[in-house]
Design a protein around this ligand. Structure first.
Ligand SMILES: Cc1cc2nc3c(=O)[nH]c(=O)nc-3n(C[C@H](O)[C@H](O)[C@H](O)COP(=O)(O)OP(=O)(O)OC[C@H]3O[C@@H](n4cnc5c(N)ncnc54)[C@H](O)[C@@H]3O)c2cc1C
Length: 364
């Protein structure tokens, strides 16, 4: 009996959606998503920024190669770009922040810091400004990928949690929580925080992917003119915030708390830590917490994403470990993953990217 689908993608977040859109119409592809709608987990909870200096040297090529697509996508994909320029100010006390080589950035002294962030406390006396930092319209990017996928014949099944998967002669047979069974030649693991769990379900050796909780808080501030603030962070990584509305900011304590895959929620203590750190940076009156949320950022042991076929189990493809950079790298990562999966022609926009950096085989 031949498989119903060429590719079954487990997970309808940005990773699954962007890869899926690359694989159609040439392949029969089905996205299986456990929740009522795609994007309920990490993809729907991000801080939504593009920051080239973020994620280290192995991530930067994927971020850079995604820039043009995010900024001015092909017209048949979207009429408007997904980026809105904001700039990032990396703050420091008594030292100059380091920005990875090749990332455009300039030194900013105390008077200029005060002009950019009025009310910033005196000990924050040096900074680097990274002009390329932008907001990403994540919801539109994700939904545009899903629409492009649907228009090209792809299918999406929500409320479809995969609970078992086993090898059959022509690929994989998967069983869903509602009892349905489906077959596909290739099984793609784009299950985010559940990626190792999905591997176990399929009898594949897990890679040691670790979900880590990150907290976000939207604060009402007793001053105006905040919307176009740069993204302001401690270059040593204890907070970041950016303007959301005229009198509100999105703030994170930059936490990274190991946890099991789950529907993540913020802890009161982390919200309190975030506010405490914020008040040590600016003298702005915090009026109230408008909302708070948390999401999981899932990392491989070396904090590089994982794209490629499993080294032991043929037809099991990893698309996981996107940590805190899964949105800003999605366009290039999806093209790379699609090439690895189908063996297609190299894409010139992926020029400097070495797929070996992301191979699941690196874990032995
Ligand atoms: C607070 C926070 C801030 C962030 N900020 C940024 C940022 O500014 N810029 C950036 O680029 N990135 C950011 N990220 C990271 C980014 O959000 C993630 O890297 C990205 O969303 C991961 O996408 P994903 O598709 O792998 O995971 P998800 O969006 O979590 O999707 C995985 C999906 O798989 C489904 N699934 C799991 N198991 C099964 C199963 N057995 N059967 C069926 N479906 C299953 C889940 O329901 C889920 O919908 C941030 C993340 C967080 C949490």
């Amino acid at each position: 009996m031949s498989a119903e689908f060429d590719v079954l993608i487990v997970g309808g977040g940005i990773a699954g959606a962007s890869l899926a859109a690359q694989l159609v119409p040439e392949n029969r592809v089905l996205i299986l998503e456990a929740e009522d709608h795609c994007g309920y987990h990490s993809t729907g909870r991000s801080a939504a920024f593009y920051l080239e200096s973020y994620g280290g040297p192995a991530v930067a090529p994927l971020t850079r190669a995604s820039h043009d697509f995010l900024d001015s996508p092909p017209h048949d994909f979207a009429e408007l770009g997904f980026l809105r320029r904001r700039g990032a100010l990396h703050l420091a006390r008594g030292e100059w922040p380091e920005v990875p080589e090749g990332v455009p950035a300039e030194r900013v002294d105390r008077p200029a810091i005060e002009r950019m962030v009025p009310g910033v406390r005196t000990e924050w006396d040096r900074a680097m400004f990274e002009p390329g930092c932008s907001d990403i319209d994540v919801a539109r990017l994700h939904s545009t990928y899903l629409s492009a996928f649907g228009r090209a014949g792809g299918r999406i099944a929500t409320r479809s949690r995969v609970i078992r998967a086993h090898r059959v002669s022509d690929g994989w047979s998967v069983r869903l929580a509602d009892g349905q069974a489906l077959t596909g030649k290739t099984l793609v693991n784009a299950a985010g925080a559940w990626a190792d769990q999905l591997a176990e379900i399929a009898g594949v050796e897990p890679l040691g992917l670790q979900p880590k909780r990150r907290t976000m808080v939207q604060l009402r501030i007793g001053r105006s003119g905040l919307k176009d603030l740069p993204l302001v962070d401690d270059w040593r990584g204890s907070f970041y915030f950016k303007g959301e509305g005229d009198s509100s900011v999105w703030l994170s304590p930059h936490d990274e708390i190991d946890c099991a895959p789950c529907d993540s929620a913020p802890e009161e203590i982390d919200v309190a830590i975030a506010i405490d750190r914020f008040e040590s940076v600016v003298d702005w009156p915090v009026e109230r917490v408008e909302r708070s949320w948390a999401g999981l950022r899932t990392f491989a042991p070396d904090r590089r994403p994982v794209y490629g076929f499993d080294s032991r189990e043929p037809n099991f493809f990893w698309c996981a470990g996107q940590g805190g950079f899964g949105i800003q790298t999605a366009p290039a990562a999806a093209k790379l993953a699609a090439l690895l999966l189908t063996g297609g022609q190299p894409d010139p926009t992926l020029g400097e990217i070495d797929p070996e950096n992301y191979s699941p085989g690196r874990f032995g």
